[in-house]
Design a binder for this molecule. Sequence first.
Ligand SMILES: Nc1ncnc2c1ncn2[C@@H]1O[C@H](COP(=O)(O)OP(=O)(O)OP(=O)(O)O)[C@@H](O)[C@H]1O
Ligand SMILES: O=C(CO)[C@H](O)[C@H](O)COP(=O)(O)O
Length: 333
Amino acid sequence: MTSKPDRVVLIGVAGDSGCGKSTFLRRLEDLFGAELMTVICLDDYHSLDRKQRKEAGVTALDPRANNFDLMYEQIKALKNGETINKPIYNHETGLIDPPEVVHPNHIVVIEGLHPLYDERVRSLLDFSVYLDISDEVKIAWKIQRDMAERGHTYEDVLTAIEARRPDFEAYIDPQKTHADVVLQILPTQLIANDEERKILRVRMMQRTGVEGFEPVYLFDEGSTIHWTPCGRKLTCSYPGMKLFYGPDTYYGNQVSVLEVDGQFENLEEMIYVESHLSNTSAKYYGEMTELLLKHRDYPGSNNGSGLFQVLTGLKMRAAYERLTQKTLVGVGL
Ligand SMILES: Nc1ncnc2c1ncn2[C@@H]1O[C@H](COP(=O)(O)OP(=O)(O)OP(=O)(O)O)[C@@H](O)[C@H]1O
Ligand SMILES: O=C(CO)[C@H](O)[C@H](O)COP(=O)(O)O
């Protein structure tokens, strides 16, 4: 930690396992710098270890397997500038390890399955995002990762997703109704059969009427816009690309929706898209494109998921600067 923070800004990143939280956090680090930001994985608040969950017949998604009282007490303490003794859930052994000391930092990010579940924890958050991955895409990503890196079979992956589904629907998914931004990742509508789910339709649902949060828009705020940018200034290969912007209602909340269906052929040309977006919270024209180009190797950099992760990160930086009255200079690049 660099200096003692006067004001701790608390950010929530919610989503199921394998939904891209780590990738998003790596992008956030570009904006805040590793020094200023402390990430707390809420898996550490599992109150039942793997064996105990098995015996009790509950999953880690079930609130009964998590200690929300301790989570609240400790996150509140960090926000108040106090040091905590945070438990550790060990994913290698499935056991709860001895606690570790965590000091408050300028930005504390709580990420995992339940950042928005408990009303008390939720009320501490200054900005939040929910990563909402459709089943088809979740299966494709999990299969790619868990088969390649974790030695699982196709059937293992499907069984694991199915086993989690009831608790996912009961306890994780409803959190999206509380987030400031929901990043929805869906199969493309540009072609009928994209079995590998390589082409994505990604929607950034931005809640309107939230103090200090000005949603990003395309061309004209409040209008409904369908934009097919492919042509002289943006190279698109098959099956092309479509952008959309417009107002909507999402679980009773007013939202501004930005959508990208398809993929960017040449990331350098993102400057053309950036030039048509307003309220990005970039510090200068081109910053959004530079942030994307910096990590062109991250998954999703060439589609709406990378673009909207960068835009959400810029909104989190804007929230930090507004709440602390501090300016972050030069950490992004
Ligand atoms: N935008 C994306 N486009 C394509 N694939 C992606 C994208 N984001 C993530 N993935 C795939 O999903 C996998 C999981 O991503 P990531 O590790 O960021 O998720 P996570 O939510 O942190 O997962 P866990 O909680 O299980 O560690 C990655 O290895 C990658 O294969
Ligand atoms: O959803 C999860 C984390 O996001 C895990 O399933 C949960 O934390 C339990 O971990 P493990 O399977 O290693 O016991």
